[in-house]
Design a protein around this ligand. Structure first.
Ligand SMILES: Nc1nc2c(ncn2[C@@H]2O[C@H](COP(=O)(O)OP(=O)(O)OP(=O)(O)O)[C@@H](O)[C@H]2O)c(=O)[nH]1
Ligand SMILES: [Mg+2]
Length: 666
C-alpha cells in the first residue's frame, strides 16, 4: 500500500483542524464530526488545545483513499509554535495550504508558502470558510496570485459564497476556460507543451493538460486551488480527489538499509518515550537495533544504538500495532528511550536545515515554591524532549532555569502545561532578546602539561578566528593527525562547542573557526613497571577540564562583539495611516526600506530589531484602526548598542582560573 504524508498548514484559525476532521469524516474514519469549539476533534487532543481552541502540537491522523494511505499531519498556525511546523515539514510528501476566504492571505500564509517553495514540496491550496459571511473568493484568488505565487490555477467556481449553502463546482475536465488557463500556466515550464500551444491551442487534449498539471504539481511548480468549507463540507470531496490525483505518494526503497527521521516525541501512559518516525528508506522491524544520530544543527545530541521494542502505524483513525515499517510510512516506535526530535535513525540522510529561525527570546522560569526547583527542572527536561528548541539551560551558579521562546503565547502554554501536567506553579522573569557574540579578531592561547598552574594532565593550544556570518563554529586541526588519541581529540572538540555556548558576555559565540594548535598527553603506561597510574596518565577528563580555560583565554585575546537579532518586516495597512506608522517606526528605530501605496492600501517593508517587535505589534492596532497586518521574519544580526547587553554566565567562568579550577577539580 502506498502512503502519502500530507501536512495541513495555515495561518492561525484558518481551519486546519476543522478541515482535518472533515477529511476524516468524508473518508469514513469517524462517524461524527468533532468541533474545535467543543474540544472534540481527533487532532486537538491536548487538554490545553481543547480549552483554548488552538492547535499547539502537530498531530497525525490517517485515512485511506482506495490503495493510498494518507497520514494527515495537522499543524499549529500560531507563529509561537512554528517549530512544530518546521519538524513536520521535514517528513511530508505534500501539503494543503489553507487560506480563509474571509481573512484572505495572512502573514503566516506567506511565511509557510515561502517554506513550501524553498523545499519544493508539492502543495494544493484550499480556500476555506466559503460559507462564512464576508467570504470573498475572487479577491482571495487575486491576493493568492499577487502575494503567494502566480503559479496557481482554480479548479472550479464557488456558488453562493458567504451563505450556509455556499458550494464548490469543480470544472469539468473538458472545460474550455480551464484548458486555456492550464495551457497558459503549464507551458511556462514545458517547452513541448509551449510549442504545441503556440502551434494550435485546440490540439492540446484535456487529458494531456491534466497529466501535465499532475506532473507540474508534483514537481511543486504549480498549485491547484480548491474552495470549500470545513464546517459544511462543501468542496471537500473535490479536495480529496485532488489530493489523490495531484500529490505524490512517498517514495523510497524498502529493501535499502533503513533510514528515518524522528519528528515528534511523546510519552506513553507508563511514561515511556514514543518516537514518531518517518521512514525514508528500508524497513525497520520490532527488535531491530537502530543507531541514532543527531539531526540538523540545534537539534538533538546523538543517542547511540537502541532496540525497537514495539511499533504502531496510523490506520483509519486509530493506532494499530505492527511488526515492521517501511520506506514512506510513518510509525510510532517504542524502546528508543534516547530518541529526541530531529534525530535520524539508521543511516543518516542529508536533511534540509531548519526552515524558520530559532527562537529570538528567552526568559527565566521561577517556581512559585522554592522547594519545587528540582521538580521544575525535571518537568522542563521532559518538555524539552518534545520541543528541543526551548533550549533548556540551568545556571550552576545562581541555580536559575531559563528557556528560549518564540513569544508570549508559548510562555503561557508552558506555564499552563507545568500547572496541569506537573502540578507546578511558575512565574517568568522579563522576556529578553537572545543575542550572539562574534569574535572581532584572532586570539590564541596554550596551556602545557606539567607547567605550574595547569592542574590537568594535558596540553591544549587553540586559536580562535572570526569566520563568515552564518557559518557557525567550525573546529579544525593544526596538529599532525594521530598526534593525539581520538578520544582526547573528541573531548577537546566537544568541549570547545560547549564552552562557546557562553562567550565573554554570556551569549553563544558563533561564526568562528577554532583550531587546535598544540596537543600533548602522558600515555597510559607511563611507569617503568608499565602499570597504569592515574596520576601519571592523561584521560579525556583532563582534556575536558583544560579546554575551557584555553578557549576562553583565546577568546579574551580575540575580543567579541555582541550582535542582536534584526527582523525583516512586511506591513500592510490602510494607506491613510502610513504617516502615523512611519513615525512610530522611527521611534522604535526601525528602518523602513520601501513604502508603497496602491489605492486605499499601502505596504511598508524594512527591518526592525527583534527586541522592539512586540512594541510595534502592540501599537499597530491603534495606529491602523485594527487593519494593519505585520509579518516578521528573522533577517540578520547587527552589532548591539552600547553598553551591549550581557547575560550572566550559567557556569563557573573559565576566565576566573582559580574559581574554575576549584570547581572542576572538586
Ligand atoms: N464558518 C466556518 N467556520 C470555520 C470553518 N473552518 C473553521 N472554522 C472555524 O474557525 C475557527 C478555527 O478553526 P480551527 O479548525 O481551529 O483552525 P486552525 O487552523 O486549526 O487553528 P490553529 O490550529 O489554532 O492555527 C473555529 O471556530 C472553527 O469552527 C469553515 O469552513 N467555516
Ligand atoms: Mg488547529
Amino acid at each position: 500500500m502506498r502512503t502519502l504524508n500530507l501536512g495541513i498548514l495555515a495561518h492561525v484559525d484558518a481551519g486546519k483542524t476543522s478541515l482535518t476532521e472533515r477529511l476524516l469524516f468524508a473518508a469514513g474514519v469517524i462517524d461524527e464530526i468533532g468541533r474545535v469549539d467543543d474540544g472534540s476533534t481527533q487532532t486537538d487532543t491536548l487538554a490545553l488545545e481543547r480549552q483554548r481552541g488552538i492547535t499547539i502540537k502537530a498531530a497525525v491522523a490517517s485515512f485511506a483513499l482506495d490503495d493510498l494511505t494518507v497520514n494527515l499531519i495537522d499543524t499549529p498556525g500560531h507563529p509561537d509554535f512554528i517549530a512544530e511546523v518546521d519538524r513536520a515539514l521535514g517528513v511530508l510528501d505534500g501539503a494543503v495550504l489553507v487560506v480563509s476566504a474571509v481573512e484572505g492571505v495572512q502573514s503566516q500564509t506567506r511565511v509557510l508558502m515561502r517554506a513550501l517553495r524553498r523545499l519544493r514540496l508539492p502543495a494544493l491550496i484550499f480556500v476555506n470558510k466559503i460559507d462564512r459571511a464576508g467570504a470573498a473568493c475572487e479577491p482571495v484568488l487575486r491576493s493568492i496570485t499577487a502575494r503567494l505565487t502566480p503559479a496557481v490555477v482554480p479548479m472550479g467556481t464557488v456558488t453562493g459564497p458567504g451563505t450556509r449553502d455556499a458550494g464548490f463546482l469543480p470544472y469539468d475536465t473538458a472545460d474550455a476556460g480551464l484548458a486555456v488557463r492550464l495551457a497558459d500556466l503549464l507551458a511556462e515550464h514545458d517547452d513541448a507543451l509551449l510549442a504545441a500551444y503556440v502551434d494550435d491551442q485546440t490540439t492540446l487534449s484535456c487529458g494531456r493538460l491534466r497529466a501535465e498539471l499532475t506532473a507540474q504539481t508534483r514537481a511543486a511548480l504549480v498549485h491547484p486551488v480548491f474552495f470549500g468549507s470545513a464546517v459544511t463540507g462543501a468542496g471537500v470531496a473535490a479536495l480529496t480527489a485532488g489530493i489523490r490525483e495531484f500529490l505524490p505518494a512517498g517514495a523510497g526503497d524498502a529493501q535499502a538499509p533503513p533510514s528515518g527521521a524522528v519528528f515528534k516525541v511523546d510519552r506513553g501512559p507508563a511514561g515511556e518515550r514514543i518516537a514518531y518516525v518517518r521512514m525514508f528508506a528500508g524497513t525497520v522491524r520490532v527488535r531491530d537495533r537502530l543507531p541514532l544520530t543527531a539531526g540538523p544543527p540545534g537539534g538533538a545530541q546523538p543517542g547511540g544504538a537502541q532496540r525497537v521494542t514495539g511499533m504502531s502505524v496510523f490506520e483509519r483513525g486509530s493506532m494499530v500495532r505492527c511488526e515492521s515499517v517501511s520506506a514512506g510510512q510513518i510509525a510510532t516506535l517504542r524502546g528508543l528511550s534516547q530518541a529526541r526530535i530531529g534525530d535520524m535513525i539508521g543511516v543518516p540522510r542529508a536533511c534540509d536545515v531548519r526552515q524558520f529561525s530559532p527562537p529570538a527570546l528567552e526568559t527565566v522560569v521561577v517556581p512559585a515554591r522554592r522547594a519545587d526547583r528540582g521538580a521544575l527542572l525535571a518537568a522542563l527536561t521532559q518538555l524539552a524532549e518534545q520541543d528541543p528548541l526551548i533550549n533548556l539551560r540551568q545556571d550552576d551558579v545562581r541555580q536559575e532555569i531559563s528557556v528560549s521562546l518564540y513569544g508570549e503565547v508559548q510562555k503561557e502554554v508552558i506555564a499552563a502545561t507545568l500547572a496541569q501536567e506537573f502540578g507546578l506553579a511558575v512565574e517568568f522573569r522579563q522576556t529578553t532578546t537572545i543575542c550572539i557574540e562574534r569574535p572581532v579578531a584572532s586570539g590564541a592561547a596554550v596551556e602545557r602539561i606539567g607547567e605550574p598552574g595547569n592542574p590537568f594532565l594535558a596540553t591544549v593550544g587553540l586559536r580562535v578566528d572570526p569566520a563568515a556570518a552564518g557559518s557557525g563554529v567550525r573546529f579544525g586541526l593544526d596538529i599532525e593527525l594521530g598526534a593525539l588519541p581520538l578520544a582526547f581529540l573528541r573531548a577537546v572538540e566537544e568541549t570547545v562547542h560547549v564552552t562557546l555556548r557562553q562567550g565573554l558576555r554570556g551569549w553563544q559565540v558563533t561564526d568562528s573557526t577554532v583550531t587546535l594548535t598544540h596537543s600533548g598527553y602522558y600515555p597510559r603506561q607511563s611507569h617503568a613497571h608499565a602499570r597504569f597510574d592515574k596520576s601519571m596518565s592523561s584521560t579525556a577528563t583532563d582534556f575536558r577540564g583544560l579546554t575551557p580555560l584555553v578557549v576562553m583565554a583565546a577568546l579574551n585575546q580575540a575580543g567579541t562583539r555582541v550582535h542582536e537579532p534584526v527582523q525583516r518586516f512586511h506591513l500592510e495597512l490602510p494607506a491613510d495611516t502610513t504617516g502615523g506608522v512611519l513615525a512610530a517606526l522611527a521611534r522604535l528605530r526601525a528602518v523602513p526600506q520601501t513604502t508603497e501605496t496602491s489605492g486605499l492600501s499601502g505596504t511598508i517593508e524594512g527591518s526592525i530589531r527583534a527586541a522592539r517587535v512586540r512594541e510595534l505589534e502592540q501599537e499597530l492596532p491603534a495606529l491602523t484602526r485594527g487593519e494593519g497586518v505585520l509579518e516578521c521574519v528573522f533577517g540578520h544580526y547587527e552589532p548591539a548598542g552600547h553598553p551591549p547587553p550581557s547575560r550572566p554566565r550559567a557556569d563557573h567562568n573559565p576566565l576566573n582560573r582559580a574559581e574554575y579550577v576549584r570547581h572542576v577539580t572538586r
